[in-house]
Design a protein around this ligand. Structure first.
Ligand code: GDP
Ligand code: MG
Length: 759
């Protein structure tokens, strides 16, 4: 069976083509030793079955990222029967840069000119035959998305002669140098001597490891920056020879992509635009007053009526209107039009509400013992619905992020941010993992593999949890909702948004401090090609969302299920194993554990000063270590004990109100609690991922880093929020710390080293 590998730039449509080729036979695994996805599948469209391997997206074959090393080694070592080099035709010249390198290997190559539908749509055309003559290997125009040209591509790929000697576009002054290097490699028994020769000329560290290569390199390069020269020559050749095949409808006219880019990646406006886009996304996901219609109406003196105002009966206990039709309508409007995210949440929770109500009735009819009814209603059903209830908002938020990513906008943001990131000691590449952190820390931490530098990577992994993930969202919305209700604050989404911003600010400060102290080092250069804008594929989006849903539901029914039942047990029983029937939760096992650790949180505002019930926050924070969703489901079980007949609310706001008013938390303490949970040790799964991704000796320090940071952040917020003048104390402390760091880095003072050097 033949094996073909798909190679190309990120976003050129590799995965789309791969799916079109392999359909249901595809399976995803890992490349050995790294957690970069490895996709393999079978193409059955011809008489001969063909094995297809999707290589990671790359811009070059230099060993700067794990993806590049994987792709390069696969081609050199596994010797596939051919490379299908996918080229984004809307971005021809940039994509051909990789092509010129692949051509240098002794392997059959066919170029799949993808996205031809887009090229045609804007009225351009590409002379495929001319391009084929210029490159010297088969070129086939396809559209992976519309499944056009795929049969021809594969037929021609299979018909390629199995032998091919590498060719290069480099010539002129470089020719004799390449020839010398090639002789050197021809004398050894490596395959693809031309490829190795040129990489060596570029000063490629892998090639320089060959015996005698360093000396030869020094001699040939004679102090010149060969890497830049080679890259330059490639681009020159491409624009002189390959791009003539391209006929722009209107040569001078900017493409749509370019026009959009003029605005979106504008030097000054780029960032504010991004901030506005983020805010709009949050508004569409969380706002209970879409476009502030009600706020405006209220300001004009005629607030919109709720259904209750209109005389419909609202049942406080269940938070559902008596009349089903009205209950349904109230998912969309109730005194204000809701945002799509909130509508989706309301509908889903209406359903959950009826289900848990039904289960409650069933339990009652079955005549279950009191403790069993409590286990089912408060423990199991309450915990799971509390967690599932957040799914709609998480999905909505994730949908928006997926759209931004699939359109190619996120790549632009990374580009805009590179300039700024550099000031903090990171490259723009760190942006992708960070933004992914808003969804889930796990894939985000794995994604840091695109960062070449170990220290930059460690710093990035450490701050990823501060980019508040989907599971932390419930903590935010519940407490923000509770604060609005109790302290008369105006807007839940403004608090939520500010918390996200505060998380990001904390991350920035931490990165600056780390890059100035324990994680010092140069920022590697950032080279990134901007993919042309695409409309996101609907199917792709749905697949992303489905993945997310599966993951979340699985977590809700496993880890969260077990921990809510455990918490239910700990807070329903006394040390002598008797069930607490009368709600005297203070006697429970959980209460005594909580009271023990409660004083630890006093500086953060949710410790001993909260009195009798204050331990609930300590307990909630601890259960959050298992999974962050637990924080609010813990609230649910605890609130049910504090308030007789408390049913739990789907958004957790009712719980937060009960907890905050029972303990007398101040607004500053509420914020401190949110921020503590946001910046402390993340969930089990994220900790395990961090351990796998970090260099071994950095893991312990990372745990300490999370504890210290969250403790500091919480303390600063609480003290400053309650006694504003303490801000001066903190500023002085920060100034002292900053001075010490700067002096130490200048070598003016010598700090004791507390870390032994480990290998
Ligand atoms: P990869 O990063 O190379 O795996 O690229 P993907 O397969 O994820 O594709 C990136 C984007 O390009 C997605 O939004 C695809 O829907 C889109 N895309 C892929 N192939 C085509 C095509 O032939 N035509 C158009 N218009 N879009 C495409
Ligand atoms: Mg892909």
């Amino acid at each position: 069976m033949k094996t073909f590998a798909l190679a190309g730039n990120p976003n050129c449509g590799k995965t789309t083509l791969f799916n079109a080729l392999t359909g249901s036979t595809a399976h995803v695994g890992n490349w050995p030793g790294v957690t970069v996805d490895k996709r393999e599948g079978i193409y059955k469209g011809s008489t001969e079955k063909v094995n297809i391997v999707d290589l990671p997206g790359i811009y070059s074959l230099s060993p700067y990222t794990p993806e590049e090393v994987i792709s390069r080694n696969f081609i050199l070592d596994e010797k596939p029967d051919g490379i299908i080099n996918i080229v984004d035709a809307t971005n021809l010249e940039r994509n051909l840069y990789l092509t010129t390198q692949i051509l240098e290997m002794d392997v059959p190559v066919i170029v799949a000119l993808n996205m031809m539908d887009e090229v045609e749509k804007v009225g351009d055309s590409i002379d495929v035959k001319a391009l084929e003559r210029a490159i010297g290997v088969p070129v086939v125009a396809i559209s992976a998305l519309r499944k056009k040209g795929i049969k021809e591509l594969m037929d021609r790929a299979i018909a390629m002669s199995p032998q091919r000697k590498g060719t290069t576009v480099l010539g002129g002054d470089l020719a004799p140098k390449i020839e010398r290097a090639k002789q050197f490699f021809a004398a050894t028994d490596v395959s693809s001597p031309l490829f190795h020769a040129i990489k060596m000329l570029e000063g490629d560290e892998i090639e320089l490891r060959h015996e005698g290569a360093k000396e030869l390199f020094t001699e040939i390069s004679a102090g010149q920056d060969m890497e830049a020269t080679v890259a330059d020559e490639r681009y020159k050749y491409i624009s002189a020879h390959f791009s003539t095949a391209k006929n722009k409808k209107e040569k001078a006219e900017l493409t749509k992509s370019d026009k959009v880019d003029r605005v979106l990646t504008h030097r000054i406006w780029g960032l504010p635009i991004f901030a506005v886009i983020l805010f709009v996304i949050f508004h569409l996901t969380f706002s209970e007053d879409l476009f502030y219609i009600n706020a405006i109406a209220s300001a004009a003196g005629s607030p919109l009526p709720t259904f209750e105002d209109m005389g419909y009966a609202f049942i406080e206990d269940t938070e559902i209107y008596e009349n089903f039709g009205i209950a349904l309508a109230a998912c969309f409007y109730d005194g204000a039009v809701f945002s799509p995210g909130v509508m989706f949440t309301n509908l889903f929770n209406l359903l959950l509400n009826y289900i848990s109500y039904g289960i409650g009735l069933g339990v009652e009819a079955a005549g279950a013992a009191e403790w069993a009814a409590s286990l089912i209603n408060d423990g199991i059903v309450g915990g799971i619905t509390a967690v599932l209830g957040f799914l709609p908002q998480i999905l909505t938020l994730f949908l928006f992020f997926s759209i931004l990513e699939d359109t190619g906008y996120m790549a632009r943001v990374a580009f805009i941010l590179d300039r700024i990131f550099r000031r903090f000691g990171l490259s723009g590449r760190a942006f992708m993992p960070m933004i992914m952190g808003f969804g889930c820390s796990l894939p985000a931490m794995i994604n840091t593999r695109t960062l070449a530098d170990d220290k930059e990577r460690t710093a990035t992994i450490r701050v990823i949890p501060f980019f508040s993930c989907g599971a932390k969202l419930p903590i935010l919305t519940a407490i923000a909702g509770g604060m609005c209700e109790l302290f008369g604050l105006p807007s839940v989404e403004l608090i939520t948004y500010s918390m996200y911003v505060l998380g990001v600010v904390t991350a920035i400060i931490c990165v600056i401090v780390m890059r100035a102290t324990t994680m010092r080092g140069e920022v590697p250069p950032f080279i990134m090609e901007l993919p042309a804008y695409h409309l996101p594929g609907f199917k792709n989006l749905m697949l992303h969302l489905w993945d997310k849903t599966k993951h979340f539901v699985k977590k809700a029914f496993t880890i969260i299920f077990v921990s809510t039942v455990l918490i239910w047990f700990l807070q329903s029983f006394r040390w002598n194993w008797t069930y607490i029937a009368d709600g005297s939760i203070q006697d429970s096992i959980l209460a005594s554990i909580g009271q023990l650790i409660q004083p630890l949180f006093t500086p953060l505002g949710f410790g001993s000063q909260l009195g009798e019930y204050g331990w609930v926050f300590a307990v909630a924070a601890i259960t959050g270590l298992i999974a962050k969703e637990n924080v609010i489901s813990t609230f649910t079980v605890l609130a049910a004990m504090l308030v007789a007949g408390f049913e739990g609310t789907e958004d957790g706001v009712g719980e937060a109100v009960v907890m905050i008013s029972a303990t007398g938390m101040t607004p500053a303490a509420c914020i401190s609690f949110i921020m503590f949970n946001m910046t402390t040790i993340p969930c089990f799964a994220a900790v395990a991922t961090a351990k796998a991704e970090l260099p071994a000796h950095k893991f312990g320090g990372t745990l300490v880093f999370w504890l210290v940071t969250s403790y500091l952040v919480g303390t600063v917020i609480y003290t400053v929020g309650n006694w504003w003048w303490t801000v001066f104390i903190w500023l002085v402390a920060a100034a002292v710390a900053g001075t010490v760091i700067v002096l130490n880095n200048m070598g003016k003072i010598k700090l004791p080293k507390f870390r032994k050097n480990k290998v």
